[in-house]
Design a protein around this ligand. Sequence first.
Ligand code: ACO
Length: 258
Amino acid sequence: MADGSITDAEFEQAGLRLAVDGPVATITLARPERRNALTFSTWRTLARIGDTLPGDVRVVVVRGEGPAFSAGIDLRLFTAEGVPGEDALGPRDEDFIHGLQAGYLWLRRPEIVSIAAVQGHAIGGGFQLALACDLRVAADDVKFAMKEPALGIVPDLSGTKPLVDIVGVPRALELCLTARTVHAEEAARLGLAELVVPAAELGKAVDDLVAAILAVRPSTAVAVKRLLREAPGNTLEQQAAAERREQVVLLRELSEPS
Ligand code: ACO
């Protein structure tokens, strides 16, 4: 549409729903009969959600309907029949892939905290979507697997960076090349989930986390995320300087009459 808003038909084709309730936006992967398999429309619509998100949204929750968070790319894209309404998966250039990556990359921006609520399978593009979020709350039936190499491709939805940041290169290599499943206990141990809860308590655990985040002053939360995100790339001195920069602004704000 001319104003950039997403039509019901576009949400339907993408297998997505969006609910915005004040400072909290909830994106639901809503194709449970296909275990929330992902298509090009899903990734492009996610990018448009990021582009059109109201400025006062502070937390974005990404959840999946049904028994699985997401079974990854819709495997019908690899067949001659394809998926109705979707491009064929053939040789593609980098711009094409960049357009798909845009669906995940915005989940890291400092103005929001993104939370993946993950139950059941999170495979390939589904695993990468969970990794694209700042935080992962997992149900105790979670099953993460990076299946792309088994299909002859690399994980290309920006997932390799957070995966390596969290588990390190050797473990990331092992997970990608074996495509094995990581269950809840190991996911918690590796840091792939900040929290693991009984499946029936996933929604409540996410609600509690959202409430805790919203209790922090908005500009403080933004500053903390920005500061922590840049820490791995900084020297100690650079990071100390970044702390000073952020703090000076916050202290000025706090001393202003409200
Ligand atoms: N693409 C398209 N359809 C899918 C996908 C998928 N990725 N995953 C599941 N479905 C469909 C099934 O074909 C089935 O359809 P049907 O009811 O018409 O037969 C339906 O969803 C339910 O799937 P089941 O296999 O019956 O569900 P179950 O809960 O037993 O298993 C599981 C779920 C483990 C996710 C299994 O479906 C599976 O292995 N799917 C493929 C996963 C995969 O390899 N994804 C690619 C990752 S690589 C990447 O994302 C780039």
